[in-house]
Every structure is written in C-alpha cells, then in structure tokens.
Design a protein around this ligand. Structure first.
Ligand SMILES: [Zn+2]
Length: 356
C-alpha cells in the first residue's frame, strides 16, 4: 500500500505578498510537520505542469491564455487574488500535480494520495480566477481522470468556503457528484440548498450550508446521515476531496469549531467510503487553511489516516442546528429531485426518503 504525497518547494514560489493569508508559509509548515514526524508508507511525489489538453477540459481557452500572459508579472486579479512573478508557473504545477495524482490513484500506481498544492483551486471558475484561486485543481483532476476511464467521480469539498468554481464547472453533468459542506453565509455567497445542478446534472450538486459554530460531532452527523449514504448511492469510481482546513476552530477566516481530530475523522470516513465503493481510490487536494499549526497538524493527521497509521472517529453529541440542517437537506432533495432520478439512482433509499 502506497500513499503518495505531492509536497514540493515549487509550491512555496507563489507569493501573493506579505500580508496575504494564502502564504508560502502554509506549505512550509506542512513540510516541517511531516519531516518532524515521518509517516511510514508515505512516498513523496514530484509535481508536473498541466497540459493544455487537461486545462481545456474545464477552463475556457481565453482563461488559460489570459493567465499565461501574466507570467513573470506581479498583479492583482481581484481584491483577494494576487499573482507574483512565479505564480502562473506554480498554478500550472498545482493543476498538473492534481491530474497526475488522480491518474496514479485511478491506475493503482498509488493506493491513495494527498496533494499539498498552492495556489488553491475550488473558487476558480471555467473562465474566471477568484478567491486566491487561478486554476481549479480538483476540477482538472476530475475531468482528466474521467477521460481515462472512470464513469463517475465524487468530489467532496469540506473547505469552509463554498467551491463555487467546482460547482459551476460540473453543474450540468451527472458524471461528477459535487457535495460541499461549508459555512453560510460566507464568501463567495453561493452554495445554498436549492443549488442542485441543472439539466443532466440535476441532483448531482448537493450543498450543505452550515451555520457558524458547528464542530466535530455536527460534521459527524452530516457524514453519517447524508454524505456517506449519498456516496454509497452514487457509487463513484474514485473519490476526490477539496481538503481545506479553514473550518478548524483556530482558523482566522472561518467560524467553525472543527479540531485536528475532526479532520482525521472526516478523512477516515471518506477512506472507508472509498474502500466500500471504489477499491479505496481516494485523493485529497489542499484548498484553504490559514492557521499554520492547525493546518500542519490537520494535514498530517489526514495523511496518517491515508497511510493506515491512524483511524479516527467523530466526537459524539451533535447540535440541534446540525440535525435541523440534515432534515432540511433531505426535504429539499425529496422535493427537488426529478422522479426518474429518485428511481434510477437509489437516493431515496440511501437517504431514508419516504413519501413524495
Ligand atoms: Zn476556504
């Protein structure tokens, strides 16, 4: 069993400026933590640049060429999104590393993996960089691996912010089930319950907008009640995670109360799900997480889980707010999913939906 971790100093070369929370120090903190406490079974992998073919599976040609023109310059794309002289090269390395890691997990070259990537990706839309993100790493990985054989990819996004970019890229498709757990309201303002996909993608986007302050036990309830059953019903061929750690109780940008243990429990839950439905094929990609010690410890904990060195459970005692959210999500799914989808895919049974 091999857990591949893509961790490379090239990801420290994207420098959005000294006051920016999405700092090179994030990757350095994770590297230091892993060097301090090595994890048996982990093999480090090197990144590579994404190809145009991979990027154009999810990004508009004008977006790719527009970013390329920024190479070597320092400029601000929007209030949050800044590039330095090496950022474009680093973004290409992050997207390429994501695609390669998904391929390696799909092919069995690695059992599972974690890409410690910068810049993050899940806010980047098909034609727009935003929210610290230039290219959508997890979307590139999903589309690239789908081109290699799998029929269905589950993307679970547990970053505290909604992954508007990933959602919009796959909104009309049924070969990617996008499930997001995020604080709401919060940047970027998308990800309400009624955003469920459209056309062929109707029912293949599921949003769990959470009130601030929820913690490990609440996430545990939502995994047990919704995420794991949905994953079983969808039966993906590979599971990809947008792994942000900004729902951590110490994070300066989020207002949730997840602990290091909670993230390890989430990783345990998705590893068990992947073991059940797709031979354990699971890859995590770093998104947010801005308190360096929490980020390093939570990432280390997830890699321990991937490598089989740790198994974690959620704390008990979920709040009424989490239980109410689970019920609301089920109500929306019951009312909004087309009848044929409820019949063709076993959402109804998986979620305990009865009546209509
Ligand atoms: Zn985030």
């Amino acid at each position: 069993m091999t857990t591949r971790v893509v961790l490379d100093s090239v990801f420290e070369a994207h420098d959005p400026g000294p006051m920016h929370p999405e700092s090179p120090g994030r990757v350095r903190a994770i590297a230091r933590r892993i060097a301090h406490s090595p994890i048996p079974g982990v093999v480090l992998g090197a990144p590579r640049r994404a190809t145009d073919k991979e990027l154009l599976l999810v990004h508009a040609p004008e977006h790719v060429s527009g970013l390329r023109e920024l190479a070597g310059r320092r400029t601000q794309i929007d209030a949050d999104t800044v590039v330095g002289p090496r950022s474009i090269d680093v973004a290409w390395q992050a997207a390429g590393a994501a695609a390669q890691l998904a391929h390696d997990v799909w092919s069995g070259a690695a059992s599972n993996g974690f890409g410690v990537l910068r810049p993050p990706g899940h806010h980047a839309e098909g034609a727009r960089a935003m929210g610290f993100c230039l290219l959508n790493n997890v979307a590139v990985a999903a589309a690239a691996v789908l081109a290699a054989g799998p029929r269905r990819v589950l993307i679970l996004d547990w970053d505290v912010h909604h992954g508007n970019g990933t959602q919009s890229i796959f909104y009309g498709r049924s070969d990617v089930l996008y499930v997001s757990l995020h604080q709401w309201p919060l940047y970027p303002g998308t990800g309400v319950l009624t955003e469920l996909g459209a056309g062929h993608g109707q029912g293949f986007t599921v949003n769990l907008p959470m009130p601030p302050g929820l913690g490990d036990a609440d996430y545990g309830l939502l995994f047990d009640d919704l995420i794991t059953p949905l994953g079983r019903a969808y039966a993906p061929d590979i599971v990809l995670i947008s792994a942000g750690f900004d729902a951590h109780e110490s994070d300066p940008l989020g207002h949730m109360r997840v602990t290091d243990r909670g993230f390890a429990a989430m990783c345990t839950a998705v590893l068990e799900l992947a073991g059940e439905v797709c031979g354990g094929r699971l890859a995590l990609f770093l998104e947010g997480g801005y308190e360096l010690e929490a980020l390093a410890n939570s990432t280390h904990g997830c890699i321990e889980v991937l490598a089989g060195a740790r198994r974690e459970t959620f704390a008990a005692g979920s709040s009424s707010a989490a239980r109410a959210l689970a019920l609301r999500v089920k109500d929306v799914l019951r009312d909004a999913l087309p009848r044929q989808l409820l019949g063709e895919r076993p959402w109804r049974r998986a979620l305990g939906l009865t009546g209509h």
